[in-house]
Design a protein around this ligand. Structure first.
Ligand code: PEP
Ligand code: MG
Length: 595
């Protein structure tokens, strides 16, 4: 291109995983793909030398990761779980054996042997039903790249060394990279790879840096120094924006900044309607590292700790002590009034490496959650012991997932009672009055809500699964997402039935599915009488803001009106037009987040 020539504006659409708009100069991080060499090894001596070279590269990679781990611990005061996962992959016996066998049997160089292993792993992960586990291939790819770099003798670029104000563009960023970003310098990032539930996305949200992932080719379309805009809210990246686009985005950015500032400024205020109806606000967390963000976004407590994430990517089951330390950290956090710890929602598609779980035809309806725990009682008891031990360090509630009827909750309670007794006999202090709740996410539990309410202290409605099971929509099948409708009249009736049954029995009703954090549904949820809404931390300020501007009376009126409709389309249109008119600032007409 001639000097001074105007570069073409390119707009790319990806997945916005961390909101906000930034604009600045691009910096390509570690993007130069290492060419994978291929050569044959003619003699046995060369083969053994190659195996040694591979093992040395593993050692060098391990040293680097330990160094990163130490740096993060020193800087952030936390033990970075992500780095541990990468170290674990480096030590994974199957991963090493496969590569060494490739070198020995195929007599190829270590780089090529490693690539062959990676191809095999990609295949295995592609077949995983659970999106979260599928995305863990990114961790394997990341580790492989580090090994390849060490094989090549080239040093790895360190993200923490970036000292200019830039927007990072990369094929992929590992969570370990992301957590080391100097947020005063790095304005945001965009990557080719990744999805909403990747660790990297979670870290970006908690560090509050705008990020777009899953762009597929961004690292090939941008050069260091190019001007880029990242819109993490809309999931858009604009390369070399023309002056008009730039001006539009500057305005949009100012608008977001004012909104975000106002929202965060008020985040600590309680979610009380103008007519004095208070809703408790909880945060959904998967990792303890998310707690600071949850607190700064104004949560009252943790409404859902998805403890199964402690297991993901682990070769061995966590010990009682590991569980305990995790739970203690959550319940004793001074910023949280309470923490609801959900026992593992584990099984079928979520469990990675334990041979006790067979592959299932339909994992969503298989040996999952409480069913799995009631089958594997010893494993269940380890977790219950840890939760009970942690319960004296702060207000703790236990939540059992996927309860489908009274027999299941009685069985779970019996095991809990046995564990309490064991601990008492050992002289271990516990909170004797720990609250017990169940997830209402199976339609049979909705129908039995009156009887179930007699068994527990609270309900938490898991709309993600409740919608999946009631409308017969596989929540991970993108071909039927258009049918995944929280405002379906059947869903509203199911929720109302649960709330009424629970309230008649004098217990509180929480909601922790994604529906609870969608501002468009806020008035409907208020009208339904939900006592606690638990959501991803970033959603909290906006949700609270709307609740504070609304009244319970208008919410009940809105709900009454939509309950008389018989089709989801009518309800959606009515709610949309009501919310847009009532809260024009919060819902600009073309809000992309609304279906
Ligand atoms: C739900 O089903 O709504 C829920 C919150 O649980 P999960 O998304 O972990 O299944
Ligand atoms: Mg669920």
């Amino acid at each position: 291109m001639e000097a001074g020539a105007i570069k073409k504006t390119i707009v790319l659409k990806g997945i916005g995983v961390s909101p906000g708009i930034v604009n600045g100069r691009a910096y390509l991080f570690n993007c130069q793909d290492l060419p994978t060499t291929y050569y044959k090894l003619d003699t046995k001596v060369l083969v053994s030398k190659e195996v040694k070279r591979f093992r040395n590269a593993l050692k060098a990679s391990s040293r680097e990761l330990l160094e990163i781990k130490e740096r993060i611990s020193r800087k952030e005061g936390i033990e970075p779980l992500f780095v541990d996962i990468h170290i674990m992959i480096l030590k994974d016996k199957m991963f090493i054996r496969e590569t060494v066998e490739n070198i020995r049997e195929r007599r190829v160089n270590a780089e090529w042997a490693l690539k062959l292993t990676l191809v095999k792993y990609r295949d295995i992960f592609k077949k995983m039903g659970d999106e979260y586990i599928r995305e863990r291939i990114n961790d394997v790819e990341y580790v492989s790249e580090r090994i390849l770099r060490n094989l090549s003798g080239k040093s790895c670029e360190k993200i923490s060394d970036i000292e200019e104000e830039v927007i990072i563009i990369a094929r992929d960023l590992s969570p370990a990279d992301t957590i080391q970003i100097n947020t005063e310098k790095v304005l945001g990032f965009a990557t080719d790879i990744g999805g909403k539930t990747s660790h990297t996305a979670i870290v970006a949200r908690s560090m509050e840096i705008p990020a777009v992932v899953g762009l597929e080719r961004v690292a090939r379309q941008i050069q260091t120094g190019d001007h880029v805009i990242i819109d993490g809210t809309a999931g858009v990246v604009i390369i070399n924006p023309d002056p008009e686009i730039l001006k539009r985005y500057e305005d949009k950015k100012k608008h977001y900044q004012i909104m975000a500032k106002n929202l965060i400024r008020n985040a600590a205020l309680p979610a009380v309607t103008r007519d004095n109806y208070r809703v408790e606000i909880g945060a959904n967390i998967e990792f303890v590292e998310e707690i600071p963000s949850a607190v700064s976004h104004g949560t009252d407590g943790v409404g859902l700790y998805r403890t199964e994430f402690i297991y993901v990517n682990k070769e061995q089951l966590p010990t009682e002590e590991e569980h305990f330390l995790n739970y203690k950290r959550v319940v004793s956090d001074p910023g949280l009034k309470w923490a609801t710890i959900r026992t593992f929602d584990l099984g079928g598609d979520k469990f990675v490496s334990d041979p006790r779980l067979a592959e299932e035809m339909n994992p969503a309806m298989g040996l999952r959650a409480i069913r799995f725990c009631l089958r594997e009682v010893d494993l269940f008891k380890v977790q219950l012991r840890a939760i009970l031990r942690a319960s004296i360090h702060g207000k703790t509630k236990i939540l059992f997932p996927m309860i489908s009827g009274v027999a299941e909750i009685r069985e779970a309670k019996k095991i809990l009672c046995d564990v309490k007794e064991e601990l008492r006999n050992e002289g271990v202090p516990i909170d004797e009055n720990i609250e017990i709740g169940i997830m209402i996410e199976v339609p049979s539990a909705v129908m039995m809500a009156d009887k179930l309410a007699e068994e527990v202290d609270f309900f938490s409605i898991g709309t993600n699964d409740l919608i999946q099971y009631s409308l017969a929509i596989d929540r991970v099948n993108e071909r039927v997402t258009y049918l995944y409708e929280p405002l379906h009249p059947a869903i509203l009736r199911l929720i109302k039935h649960v709330v009424d049954a629970g309230h008649d029995a004098g217990i509180k009703i929480a909601m922790c599915g994604e529906m609870a954090g969608e501002p468009f549904y806020s008035l409907i949820l208020l009208g339904l009488g939900i006592d606690e809404l638990s959501m991803t931390p970033l959603a909290i300020p906006r949700m609270k803001n709307i609740i504070r501007a609304a009244t319970l009376k208008e919410s009940k009126n809105l709900l009454d009106t939509v309950m008389s409709f018989s089709m989801v389309k009518e309800i959606e249109e009515y709610v949309r037009s009501y919310m847009v008119k009532r809260f024009p600032e919060d819902f600009p007409i073309n809000n992309a987040s609304y279906r």
